[in-house]
Design a protein around this ligand. Structure first.
Ligand code: GLU
Length: 302
């Protein structure tokens, strides 16, 4: 395994020059695009790492997985999906097009509109500190904190998400005020994680919501099944279909360069690589997952 991972890392590193770090959130442009790290945790307690696995970066859209899981635990599937769709949108993560048209609700919880709606479900029930605690627990990482610089940088430049939030409010989708929903959404996006924390979360999902270390059920099996399905169909922005065909491992990406992958019943994979392709996915991360999937037969239909 370590040998395969080292090889995968080399492949990942070879393509970092082909992408760019995100810059629409100004603070993110400070990332070093040469960073690449990958961590695999398997269901028999193995942990394998290569590259920059201790580097902290903001979780960004991967927090949509955490928030969806929490909303499902709080309200159940019917209530959540009564307000938010389950279909891949085929549009960019921050698209406003369908919502500005006649769509009555967000396409799915992995695009910004859906995740802001999810945040509005959570905000009346849980504080940000409680969400932070849950994230730490699900990632097995007590050192996760809010990256204040990234949070303020996004807050100052988030006109588009604000526009999305007002559209959601106008369609009666929000369960709290625009400011409250947006604050929780962006704070969740601004949590500092590592490739290792994401691998831990991946393994928790692979393991049906049961924490491997002590057998504690942290998430209900139903929640985890829904979350993995949505990651598989909608987790890679408007590249989700192609990724599902080529790699076939349920994955969620974030513009901070993170990738969270779940190989059902077998392993969790966390990757960091801030150089992004045009769709906003980690370019090294995709290469690494393609390699690992082929080498270890990880495709969901292998
Ligand atoms: N906080 C980011 C935004 O709303 C998350 C985007 C992402 O990672 O896809 O634009």
């Amino acid at each position: 395994m370590q040998h395969i991972l080292d090889k995968a890392l080399r492949q990942g590193r070879s393509v970092t020059g082909l992408g760019e770090v995100a810059s629409y959130i100004p603070e993110l442009s400070k990332a070093d695009k040469n960073h690449v790290g990958v961590c695999v945790m398997d269901s028999v307690g193995g942990c394998f790492e290569a590259g920059d696995v201790e580097e902290r970066f903001t979780i960004q859209s991967i927090s949509k997985v955490v928030s969806l899981a929490v909303a499902l635990e709080l309200y159940g599937m019917e209530a959540v999906f009564g307000q938010i769709g389950m279909e891949p949108s085929g549009d960019a993560f921050n698209s406003i097009v369908k919502l500005a048209g006649d769509a009555s609700r967000p396409y799915n919880p992995m695009v910004n509109s859906g995740a802001i709606a999810v945040a509005s479900f959570i905000a009346p029930e849980l504080t940000f500190d409680e969400m932070l605690e849950r994230t730490r627990e699900m990632c097995g990482d007590p050192d996760i904190v809010l990256n204040e610089a990234v949070y303020h940088s996004e807050m100052a430049t988030t006109s588009r998400n604000r526009a999305i939030s007002y559209l959601l409010e106008s369609k009666g989708v929000l369960r709290c005020g625009v400011d409250e929903a947006l604050e929780l959404y962006i704070k969740m996006c601004s949590l500092n994680v590592t490739a290792r924390s994401l691998a831990y979360l991946g393994l928790l999902l692979a393991n049906g919501g049961i924490r491997l270390q002590d057998g504690k059920q942290l998430l209900q099996p139903e929640t985890v099944r829904v979350v993995k399905s949505i990651m598989h169909t909608c987790g890679m922005y408007d590249g989700s279909g192609e990724f599902a065909v080529r790699v076939g491992v349920p994955t969620k990406s974030g513009v901070g360069g993170g990738l969270l992958s779940v190989v059902n019943k077998r392993m969790g994979i966390g990757i960091f690589g801030p150089s992004l392709d045009k769709k906003g996915n980690s370019i090294a991360g995709e290469k690494i997952l393609q390699f690992l999937s082929a080498q270890m037969k990880l495709h969901v239909f292998d």
